[in-house]
Design a protein around this ligand. Structure first.
Ligand SMILES: [Zn+2]
Length: 388
């Protein structure tokens, strides 16, 4: 295996400039999740890129969400395949690229999505290509990329695509935003969300306030009840993150609404959360008010399975053997598409992308050298999968 690893590393080292150029091109293409047209252009560009690197690829098209992409390197063998997961949409609105295009300063790369996770897309495609170039033919490598990850796939069935493509795989690596601390993710909290609206009765606050039914007072009770459900020991947290209501200081408000974000550790906790939120919605504190509640987008948790632990051990061993910094294993509070491969029973490691900080903000950066290091790490792990 040593010779092949050597060839893989030589290939990655020889393509550094090409990888940087792809990264720059990718960051400089707008791909805010809500702009289907932008996202679709990136999907088409990546389809071409993957094909030029020797993959067979196809778009996964959606009417109302950004298209996804499946790219396959190598052919299916008697050994189970391996999956590389990720996304190419960003949280940034159209126009961000012209404000702050890709740039490199002092070994750090900047630009919208440079870390989350356009670096990861470059890493996975070149890791797969490097393996093929070195003559690796042990396992098919299946790259699955979403174009609507940042919004949680409300209008696509990418979750099903992730499940289908990862089914039967021996391992999956998600190239999401890596961490400067070198932590890798073996589990993730799941998220769910709710919008709760209260309708009351509006009257003049001075003339006959007793006839009013305050939607704000009703929702205030509900906010306190919801926040009180947070249980740090069980890893379930509730956050009322937005509140709106009322029109004037001297009117009893007949409208109030809140946005709720919930995080859970295990899939079963989602039912408990649903039940609790429903109970609070159904309980009336201010008689005469009416509450409605709608569940919004969410991502199921990525359970910390024994399979993930085994795969992490392999990644740690390979890291140490290569002389890279020893990674730590963490459970992250943020959701990702790794939930779907884990759900299919596939050992999965997340946060394998370039290392950096402050994604989802204009301070986002990625450490340039980690682009090559992580491509080598991923490829070396694939070469070692028989030891999983
Ligand atoms: Zn991401």
């Amino acid at each position: 295996m040593g010779v092949m690893r050597e060839k893989v590393f030589q290939f990655i080292d020889s393509r550094r400039n090409e990888m940087l150029a792809s990264w720059e091109t990718l960051v400089n293409m707008e791909s805010g999740s809500l702009h289907k047209e932008d996202v679709d252009k990136v999907a088409a560009f990546l389809k071409e890129t993957a094909e030029s690197l020797g993959a067979r690829s196809r778009l996964v098209e959606f009417a109302q969400a950004g298209n996804g992409l499946v790219a396959e390197f190598g052919v299916q063998t008697e050994k189970p395949h391996v999956c590389f997961l990720g996304h190419f949409d960003t949280v940034f609105p159209h126009g961000t690229v012209s404000e702050r295009p890709f740039k490199i300063e002092d070994g750090k790369a900047y630009g919208p999505g440079v870390l989350d996770m356009k670096a990861g897309v470059v890493i996975q495609l070149y890791a797969a290509k490097a393996l093929m170039e070195a003559g690796y033919s042990d396992r098919r490598i299946c790259v699955v990329l979403a174009g609507d990850e940042e919004t949680g796939h409300p209008k696509s069935d990418m979750p099903r695509v992730f499940e289908e493509q990862s089914k039967g795989a021996c391992a999956a690596f998600n190239f999401e935003t890596g961490d400067v601390s070198n932590a890798l993710v073996v589990g993730r909290k799941g998220t769910t969300s709710y919008d709760m609206t209260v309708k009351g009765v509006s009257v003049h606050a001075g003339r006959e306030p007793e006839k009013g039914r305050s939607a704000i007072l009703e929702i205030a009770h509900k906010i306190i009840a919801i926040q009180a459900l947070t249980d740090y020991d069980k890893g379930i947290t509730f956050n009322v993150g937005t509140v709106k209501g009322g029109v004037a200081r001297n009117a009893v408000p007949d409208h109030a609404e809140i946005g709720i974000d919930v995080r859970v550790m295990e899939p079963e906790q989602l039912d408990y959360v649903d039940k609790k939120i429903e109970e609070i919605a159904a309980h009336t504190y201010v008689e005469g008010t009416i509450t409605t509640c709608v569940r919004g987008a969410g991502i199921p948790p990525m359970s910390r399975t024994p399979g993930n632990e085994r795969l992490f051990d392999l990644v740690r061993r390979v890291s140490e053997c290569l002389g890279f910094e020893t990674p730590s294993a963490v459970v992250s509070g943020g959701g990702s598409d790794s939930s779907y491969s884990v759900k299919m029973g596939v050992p999965t490691i997340d946060q394998m992308g370039a290392k950096g900080q402050w994604n989802h903000s204009d301070r986002e950066y990625a450490v340039v050298s980690s682009l090559f290091e992580r491509a080598k790490l991923a490829a070396a792990c694939v070469l070692d999968l028989d030891r999983l």
